[in-house]
Design a protein around this ligand. Sequence first.
Ligand code: 7PJ
Length: 286
Amino acid sequence: MGTIDKVKLRARQFEFTFPRPALVMGIVNVTPDSFSDGGRFLELPAAVAHVLQLVEQGAGIIDVGGESTRPGALPVSEAEELRRVVPVIEQLAGQLKVPISIDTLKPGVARAALAAGASIVNDVAANREDPALWRLVAEAGAGYVCMHMQGRPQTMQVNPVYTDVVREVGEFFSERLKRLSDCGVGRDQVILDPGIGFGKSVAHNLQLLGAVRSFTTLARPLLLGVSRKSFIGKLLGAELAARLPGALACAGWAVAAGVQIVRAHDVAETVQVIRMTEAILANQKV
Ligand code: 7PJ
């Protein structure tokens, strides 16, 4: 099984060649109800200040979201989501040297975010049927995070069922790469993400983490989001505020297994774990 070698990612004015030091995607939720930081960054100045701090801590991508996708979260209107995210992106795009991704389910929000200066569309609903969003990504030459989810956020955790979660996620990636290419989105624009916690039991999440290296054969950068997620709490009996060590273990493991982008709330800590893991990997003897 391979590791990523000479894989390019194109995201508008940004280009990355992997392998390279893994990127931490710092999270800013401009929402009143996100499960871990909901309500903290609803005010524009607070959101912007938080992002600048994440970049200072070493974030290589900033992921802006205006609608919580946590299990059971209530949908937000497009107007409200636009009101939350567009000013933040407008204000940041000019001054950041790292790409901004927009975490949204809605093509209209993605369009406005790209117009405001975002470079990557983070699509947790990449299992969608409607190609409108992909055409926007193609037109903009933006990066695209193709995340696996079974179902939709409102109901995805009710009873997730797979015969073989690793095989099914791999097949999803291959099928979507083909559909994306049919819509004009080049392979070199796509990041693949197994979607930890999105229509998955604790066992499914662990199986995906254990086999994450197998997805490197698709020769695309892999993204993993584990930060503060409930499977860590369920496995270890840890409250939301006490899950950082569990998430950091996943981050170190993932990078050792070939993951190139880690989505995290706790950027400084995640960067340290990743840089340490990479330093050891560079000296691995057996
Ligand atoms: C993820 C995400 C993830 C990607 C969220 C949370 C829920 N985007 N957006 N991957 N998770 N690409 O942060 O727990 O795992 S929202």
